[in-house]
Design a protein around this ligand. Structure first.
Ligand code: DHB
Length: 497
């Protein structure tokens, strides 16, 4: 198969959204591997502001210099299809690609395999590590066509939310690592560099092999859980159906919760993390210590930012961008002002204290124990770690050790390949120079600790990582595009080619 970019095959699309006009050139459905398992999914689309073809520039960028936003549409570790600038296939709202084109970026939308996909023989083809291999192969396609594809292939910025945010962090942490090579060769990925310039990660559902203990470090003691059950749209509807689930954990689950909570400090302490001042981030057997204080400090900073915004009378970024409704499944779409949050002490417009336990109660628990490697094998992650022939498997020693169903365990190598934490300290992995992590303050899909550990481990290894827990934000992404684009422009300007 010819894997050279063909710039003669495109359409020009003239689109109005949100009363704004965007004219773009669409190069669609380009295969990025020579031996796809699913030829309809393993392809990518490239979208370019049409003005660049009239020699114009936008925000100082041109056809050759525009950053490339690699925007994946993965959610729930399900397949993430290619997505045109316009409406978001998931929430049916104006998507990031549309705004990114208006801002002058080249947008690349890769189709990525995910759980539930099967080949003609009925084998599962979307299990881990399929999705990360596909993203790497897409990057390789772009880099092997450097100078031919629109945009600057040395300025690839990956972005995704939730499972897509996890994949973005993994892509940023594992560039060119030999662990992925044999599979990439089998797929017929281009022989090229697969490192990227920057990774933007919204609420990354990552570090899955330690996410259960992190969850209980945060939520143990809260036995009731509250979530939205998401089902496909009803006939004639275009949005997913949401049904609230409010329930209490079983006695057995409460017991497991306590056991998992006890495992977390040893894991956290084994990472040897330090904050920016060099202070060791640790937890005692009770789960208290500098790491918890660090997390609390970040929450206070996000509350302060929100108070300052409210005092200034400025609309929230998310309101301005019209993206706040773009929340994924969450029980809590709005949060009171920090001044009304019972976990915070606020005086004269300043956040002066936080009661961490009260803050966790304020957030509420979403998932029953274990949150990811479920004893009943029903989660997205149990399916992610299936095999070609087995749909659901365990992927932690803890759940495997407590299993009563006779289920099998994922391969250790498969689990390893999905966790960016394994590669941050590994010199064979070329890391992105810049990371941006946003994990909403009331997002309960995974513990805040998961993002904190990722960020601390990146900064500890010398990489630039900007992390925040925006106030009032549940499990969601791309709600602050003005800030995200400003970050991209800043990091691109600070490291000119
Ligand atoms: C997503 C959310 C989850 O709670 C999870 O366990 C995995 C993925 C998501 O929204 O992508």
């Amino acid at each position: 198969m010819n894997m050279t970019f063909d710039d003669s095959r495109y359409q020009v699309i003239d689109l109005m959204q949100e009363s704004r006009r965007c004219v773009y050139r669409a190069f669609e459905h380009i295969p990025y591997v020579e031996a796809p398992e699913d030829a309809a999914q393993q392809r990518l689309s490239i979208f370019v502001p049409e003005e660049y073809y009239q020699g114009k520039s936008i925000g100082g960028y041109s056809l050759a210099t525009a950053p490339i936003l690699l925007q994946n549409s993965v959610g729930g570790y399900m397949p993430g299809p290619e997505e045109r600038p316009g409406r978001d296939f998931f929430m049916q709202e104006t998507n990031t690609a549309f705004y990114a084109l208006l801002h002058g970026y080249v947008v690349v939308s890769p189709g990525v395999r995910g759980r539930g996909m099967k080949n003609a023989a009925g084998q599962n083809i979307g299990v881990a590590p399929a999705a990360i291999l596909d993203l790497k192969a897409a990057v390789r396609y772009l880099k092997s066509n450097k100078g031919k594809v629109p945009g600057d292939t040395d300025r690839i910025i990956s972005n995704g939310t939730s499972a897509g945010g996890a994949l973005s962090s993994l892509l940023g942490a594992t560039g060119n690592h030999p662990d992925y090579l044999p599979a990439l060769r089998r797929m017929g990925a281009a022989e090229a560099d697969d490192s990227i310039f920057a990774a933007s990660c919204y609420c990354p559902i990552t570090n899955l092999d330690h996410a259960d203990m992190a969850y209980e470090w945060e939520f143990a003691g809260l036995d009731d859980y509250h979530r939205m059950q998401m089902d496909p749209p009803a006939p004639g509807e275009d949005r997913p159906r949401m049904t609230p689930v409010d329930a209490e954990m079983s006695e057995e689950q409460k017991e497991l919760s306590g056991e998992l909570k006890k495992l977390f400090p040893a894991y956290l302490n084994s990472l040897g993390l330090r904050d920016e001042k060099g202070l060791p981030m640790r937890l005692d057997a009770d789960g208290k210590g500098t790491f918890r204080e660090h997390t609390a400090t970040l929450i206070m900073a996000s509350a302060q930012k929100e108070l300052d915004r409210l005092a200034s009378g400025k609309p929230g970024e998310r309101t301005a961008a019209g993206k706040y409704e773009g929340v994924r499944h969450s029980a809590r779409n709005t949060a009171p002002s920090p001044a009304e949050c019972p976990a915070l002490t606020v005086s004269n417009g300043r956040v002066t204290g936080i009661d961490f336990d009260a803050f966790v109660r304020f957030r509420t628990r979403m998932k029953e124990t274990p949150a990811f490697d479920s004893m009943s094998l029903h989660t997205a992650e149990n399916e992610l770690f299936g095999s070609a022939d087995i749909r659901f498997r365990h992927f932690t020693d803890f759940s495997m050790g407590h299993d009563k169903t006779g289920a099998g365990a994922a391969d250790a190598a498969q689990v390893r390949l999905m966790n960016p934490m394994n590669y941050i300290g590994d010199p064979d992995a070329v890391k992105a120079a810049h990371f941006r992590i946003r994990h909403g303050a009331v997002d309960r899909d995974t513990s805040l600790a998961v993002s904190e550990m990722l960020a601390l481990s990146l900064t500890g290894a010398g990489f630039d990582c900007d992390i925040a827990h925006p106030w009032g934000i549940p499990h969601a992404g791309d709600y602050d595009l003005d800030e995200m684009f400003a970050w991209i422009d800043r990091i691109c300007a600070s490291s000119q080619n």
